[in-house]
Design a protein around this ligand. Structure first.
Ligand SMILES: *[C@@H]1O[C@H](CO)[C@@H](O)[C@H](O)[C@H]1NC(C)=O
Length: 328
């Protein structure tokens, strides 16, 4: 029989100095630093762009008065966002939520136009149609997300969503010369407001979808047939102006009994002094003890040994920080 191998997996980085707060029943705390948030932000933007790109705007119609010609009914239909580009983006947490800003956003839209007007002479009407390109330049959007603990799950919701456009340009293909000014004067504002409305709608729908994914994260992750890790979120996320922290219960529970209670020591959320890192995780001694006790009581052969590392041991090189493997 091979000698029992004990793996010490220390999924540790950057603990300490601890932030003073009361985190009951939270034995693992993790912290997403500004770097990590930037990563998440880029990911979200890269997901949002394709959804925005396919957006159809409801048709806009108006009757406008054109000099000499009179009243003309103009319709813009099949308005579609074809391309979105986010020039600058930023993510900023504060005590109440996390805001993602996009500025210098440009988007290209295509639309069909159609107009018709009556003439002096009887029922004869004149009409024409064609296509147009609309370019939105210097758009700014922001979305503020709130995060709450809802019975051990995370509830992600939109607190605020804004979309503001600086300039739009309209480029008509074909049409009479008077049409251009008529369209620009009458449709610039409706295009702005409809495009903003649709972008806000799409962003909110995206957050709703993301929220349901976040909310359905399991509260218990099975490790094997003996143990599960209790991943129930404890307390509301901890927000500061450069990080986002989460506390989870983090104790190993007996899969067969369904409830293993261990530990009374509390672990405050980790804070992270190294801005280069994206995520910091702190595990309370109780996490290791709960796993150790569980396996030790159950099988004569130790499968895993969970170790708590004192903060002063963490002043190691990056390679050592991530994991150690030892054979006994
Ligand atoms: C998991 O942790 C939560 C929060 O501390 C606790 O309420 C729940 O009872 C725990 N579940 C199990 C199966 O131990």
């Amino acid at each position: 029989m091979p000698p029992p191998t004990i793996y010490l997996l220390l999924i540790f980085s950057l603990l300490i100095p601890p932030h003073p707060t009361t985190a009951d029943q939270s034995f693992i705390s993790s912290l997403i630093t500004q770097n990590g948030l930037d990563f998440v932000k880029n990911l979200l933007i890269s997901k949002a762009i394709p959804t925005l790109t396919s957006t159809r705007i409801p048709k806009i119609e108006k009757t406008v008065r054109i000099p000499v010609i009179g009243k003309v009914h103009i319709v813009l239909s099949d308005i579609t966002i074809n391309r979105v580009n986010v020039g600058l983006s930023n993510i900023k947490p504060d005590a109440t939520g996390v805001t993602i800003f996009g500025s210098d956003v440009t988007c290209d839209l295509s639309t069909k136009w159609h107009y018709a007007y009556g003439t002096w002479v009887g029922p004869i009407s004149i009409s024409d149609s064609g296509t147009a390109r609309v370019k939105v330049i210097g758009m700014e959007t922001s979305i503020k997300l709130g995060l709450h603990n809802q019975e051990g799950s995370l509830n992600l919701f939109v607190m605020e969503c804004n979309c503001h456009m600086n300039d739009i340009s309209i480029d008509l293909n074909g049409g009479a010369s008077w049409l251009y000014q008529g369209v620009v004067d009458a449709f610039e504002e409706p295009i702005r407001s409809e495009v903003s409305k649709e972008i806000i709608k799409k962003l909110k729908a995206g957050v709703l979808k993301l929220g349901s994914v976040v909310q359905s994260l399991p509260k218990l992750i099975s490790v094997d047939n003996i143990a599960s890790l209790n991943t129930t979120f404890v307390n509301d996320p901890f927000l500061s102006d450069n990080s986002l922290g989460f506390g989870i219960n983090g104790l190993f529970v007996d899969s067969r009994k369904g409830n293993y209670l261990y530990g009374k020591k509390l672990q405050p959320p980790v804070s992270c002094s190294d801005p280069q890192k994206m995520v910091g995780i702190a595990l309370d001694e109780a996490v290791f003890n709960s796993g150790f006790a569980l396996y030790y009581n159950v099988t004569p052969q130790i499968l895993y040994l969970f170790v708590f590392i004192n903060p002063h041991l963490l002043h190691m090189t990056d390679e050592n920080r991530l994991y150690c493997v030892r054979h006994i």
